[in-house]
Write a protein that binds this ligand. Structure first.
Ligand SMILES: NCCCCC[C@@H](C[SeH])C(=O)O
Ligand SMILES: [Zn+2]
Ligand SMILES: [Zn+2]
Ligand SMILES: [Zn+2]
Length: 307
């Protein structure tokens, strides 16, 4: 296969050409879709990973790079796709899962923000949409979904890093992913969104302290996913509902997907717990991705057994 360094961070140009190449090289396992365009006109790509068996298969949706500065997130989505290719035909757990499931992977959702974090401001979080009558740029895409939009845990100040935006789904990136999920909600059985940092596995709700209707199931699943993750290097993770184990946050993608009816919905906060924070060294990409694979595979296997 073509050479690509999965243990270093890549700029958008490199990731965009990786997306094209990995799909072209593996036509029986990967197809590339464009689900929309960013505010600044860049393409937003989705990779459908799974074996073509003719019949439509249940799918797990996973997005990376909602927040620009969280570079370990796109690194993980690339790692995941690489592992699907690498283990194809080996009867690995992932290979077996891919007999029955598709993974719908968005390597970088907030492409404009990602580019900006490479070129101008490494710690940028939001989109790069221009705000009417404000000098401040961008909306927090993870406060822009239609889930108790702009309530507690978000701000209506365009200068805030948790600015909810002028309207629900005001961001083209958010609208693109929400439209895609709405249009495929019958096959999407789980929603996963990958962030950093704080080493947590979170599930709904973040917009309220009320418990999700399958809270106990989600808590057990999160606990076991975290145990699987920890089994590799002992990296300590915590888990729980977003509101209880992190903070109140309205307008989130996970809560929105959950209320749409996708009952397995998780937000992963990858390494670390603050030593490097968003600036996780490249030397930790491999171990972070390897341990996270165990959690994702665990959840996927559970979902497959609970369709
Ligand atoms: N729906 C919110 C899930 C919990 C918060 C996740 C973090 C990731 Se940086 C955030 O969006 O503040
Ligand atoms: Zn295979
Ligand atoms: Zn984030
Ligand atoms: Zn985070």
């Amino acid at each position: 296969s073509f050479s690509y360094d999965y243990e270093s961070y890549h700029n958008w140009d490199q990731i965009e050409s990786w997306i094209a190449t990995i799909a072209n090289k593996n036509p029986n396992l990967i197809s590339r879709l464009k689900i929309g365009q960013s505010y600044e006109g860049r393409d937003i790509y989705l990779l459908r990973v799974g074996k073509r068996t003719g019949s439509p298969k249940p799918a797990i949706f996973m997005d990376c790079g909602i927040h620009a500065r969280e570079w370990i997130s796109p690194a993980f989505c690339q790692w995941f796709v690489k592992e699907a290719v690498r283990t194809h035909g080996t009867d690995s757990l992932l290979d077996c899962l891919l007999n029955e499931l598709d993974f719908l992977v968005i390597p970088v959702l907030n492409v404009d923000g990602y580019v900006y974090s490479w070129t101008e401001d490494r710690l940028w979080r939001k989109t790069r949409s221009r705000n009417f009558n404000s000098v401040c740029v961008g909306t927090d895409p993870n406060r822009n979904f239609n889930a108790q939009w702009c309530a507690n845990g978000s701000s209506n100040n365009p200068c805030s890093d948790v600015y909810c935006g002028p309207l629900v789904e005001s961001e083209k990136e958010v609208k693109a992913v929400a439209d895609f999920i709405r249009n495929h909600s019958s096959i999407i059985k789980a929603y996963l969104t990958v962030h950093s940092y704080s080493q947590k596995c979170l599930f709904p709700y973040s917009y309220t302290y009320s418990l999700a209707y399958n809270h106990n199931e989600l808590a057990n699943l999160a606990q076991n996913a975290v145990l699987a993750l920890q089994s590799l290097y002992g990296t300590p993770y915590t888990f729980g509902s977003g509101s209880s184990s992190l903070y109140l946050a309205s307008g989130g993608s996970d809560d929105w997907a959950y209320d749409l009816g996708i009952k397995y919905s998780f937000t992963f906060e990858l390494r670390d717990t603050g030593k490097y924070g968003f600036l996780l060294p490249e030397s930790q990409i491999r171990s972070t991705c390897e341990e996270t694979m165990l959690a994702i595979n665990y959840i996927a296997n559970y979902v497959l057994n609970h369709l």
